[in-house]
Design a binder for this molecule. Structure first.
Ligand code: PGA
Length: 255
């Protein structure tokens, strides 16, 4: 059975004092979770703060990007081993903002996921179509290509140790959430695609939905059979919103 998971993506937001109160509130709110898991992916400079605030709590933490290289002359980059030193469990890979604004292609995303796995991190690999692609009826083609690139590089064993996040680009930060039916359709498509490679891995793989997840829509999204939780941007910066989303994941988790 797949555990439900709610992950906050803070993006480039926060400050030491703001984070302190947000992290403390999330720890308190997450204490009552019985089945679901939750995590926050914070900017690199705040990893030490997240580690000290969250260690021993029900909240895991991670980063939002990682180098595909293990070490070397890559100014400004951060390796997966460095993230491990700060207790990270997760790292986002291939977020649409990385793909669109920083030119990350499928091969780079796959290499980053591989580097994360090699260091013992769980990559949360993000895929999703743009509005033009959805309107052009090529959602499955685009998402299928993104998923295949990662599956080819990682193999079934690597995917079994990863998490996928379906984030339609048109729903990110726009307040325009995919309907539960739209999300479910793509999640089922991804799971079906991967079942063609390895049925057991596909059945066990956590596939999160992301794109304007809020406390008010989380329960209906997470109720869908193939939606195993959420990757949450804006709403993850508001403690009560994020806690409510974690609780929705908890309630959606079958016993
Ligand atoms: P959003 O962001 O929840 O603000 O739409 C989601 C994401 O980018 O992961």
């Amino acid at each position: 059975m797949r555990q439900r998971l709610a992950v906050g993506n803070w993006k480039m937001h926060g400050s030491l004092p703001e984070n302190r109160s947000l992290l403390d509130a999330i720890v308190a709110g997450a204490a009552g979770l019985r089945r679901a898991a939750c995590a926050v992916c914070v900017p690199f400079p705040y990893l030490a703060q997240a580690q000290s605030a969250l260690a021993g709590s029900k909240v895991a933490w991670g980063a939002q990007n990682v180098s595909q290289h293990p070490r070397g002359a890559f100014t400004g980059e951060v390796s997966a081993a460095m993230l491990r030193e700060f207790g990270c469990r997760y790292v986002l890979v291939g977020h649409s903002e990385r793909r669109q604004l920083f030119g990350e292609d499928d091969a780079t995303v796959a290499a980053k996921a591989g580097a994360a796995l090699a260091a013992g991190l769980t990559p949360i690999v993000c895929v999703g179509e743009t509005l033009a692609e959805r309107e052009g009826n090529v959602t499955e083609e685009v998402v299928g290509r993104q998923v295949a690139a990662v599956a080819d590089a990682l193999g079934a064993g690597g995917l079994a140790a990863s998490v996928l996040a379906y984030e339609p680009v048109w729903a990110i930060g726009t307040g325009k959430t995919a309907t539960p039916e739209q999300a479910q359709a793509v999640h089922a498509f991804i799971r079906g695609q991967l079942a063609g490679r390895d049925g057991k891995m596909a059945a066990a793989l956590q596939i999160l939905y992301g794109g304007s997840v809020k406390a008010s829509n989380a329960a209906e999204l997470f109720a869908k059979a193939d939606v195993d939780g959420g990757l949450v941007g804006g709403a993850a910066l508001v403690a009560q919103e994020f806690i409510a989303i974690c609780k929705a994941a908890d309630s959606a988790q079958p016993d």
